[in-house]
Design a protein around this ligand. Sequence first.
Ligand code: FES
Length: 87
Amino acid sequence: MAKIIFVNTNEEVELPDGSPIQEVCEKAGIPFACSEGICGSCIIEVIEGMNNLTDPTQAEKDFFGEVENERLACQCKIKKGTVKIRF
Ligand code: FES
């Protein structure tokens, strides 16, 4: 199992390795609109564990240019381990 920690709320959520993170992020209160990496409503800041997320999608590269510590939650899957997120 992988784990997401939402630093805003100190909430920890476990999910199977390889899962999209959208559903747990939605439950935590992150707003989603397009779910296609276009609108930017689901921007998250990755505080720790960026390597545990799948690589940025083309939609994220188009959105951010250079992807550093921000991601679009609708585009990310968690591979394994723990990822700390702020939103
Ligand atoms: S919901 Fe629109 S970019 Fe993620």
